[in-house]
Design a protein. Sequence first.
Length: 262
Amino acid sequence: MKIYQDFFDTLKKYLLLLEIDKKKGIVGCNDQDIEKLKNEKGAIPAAYEAYLRSIGKKFLFEFMDAEDMAFESLDYINSFANEVFKENALQIEKDFFVISERRNDYISLIYSDEENPEVWIMSEYWDEKDGENLSVRTNSFTTLMLIFFQQTLRNHTASFHFIPSTIKNKEAYFREKYQNWLNGLKTIKNIIDQYPNDNNLINELNSSFLDYYMANEDAITGALNKSESVEEKEADIITDPSYLPETAKKKSLFEKLKDLFG
């Protein structure tokens, strides 16, 4: 169990540093939540229990790209799953957990008899030839988390472009988002460098991060090394009434970062 708990606690630390689902809040289930689920469904796979205890309480829209895998949503998830099973005329003989649904399009489930089980996926609409469409999604539960993490690293900065209408200084808001992102990336890189780990799952997580970080290292370190005085000077130029359209064509560092990451 500890190998999985350490993995999810590390993943949680990284998500918090990157401010993923900051507004929602990343929290885990307590002992009462876990016991309630065990009483309803029986033994919980170790990896899934560790997920629930570390980050699984709430709907993490950003991290999971709108897929709802929250403990708080399990009643609805299972209700929708029953509709999917009915459409597919499927009866599962092994003990299982339906763990997620995404926008009433598909469900994912795991069997209960392994510590880190395969994740299976089924859409609402059945395959006419076979009478069902249940297929393997990932070879383990933790692999699915790695996929979510990889796509978050690739895609999260695109969300910085959607600035609430209540924000008055949009430029400052945008820059702060990028600066926090870059600081978080650098902090995670330092953690990986300073604290070698013998947990293979954490090493896989770190490898996923480093693949992204090393590909963008020059842009990241360049932004972090840029002095605040230069940043302030750029901001002054942008807000100066005499700022000419011809000069505006020159992109600031953060605009370049937006093109690169967003």
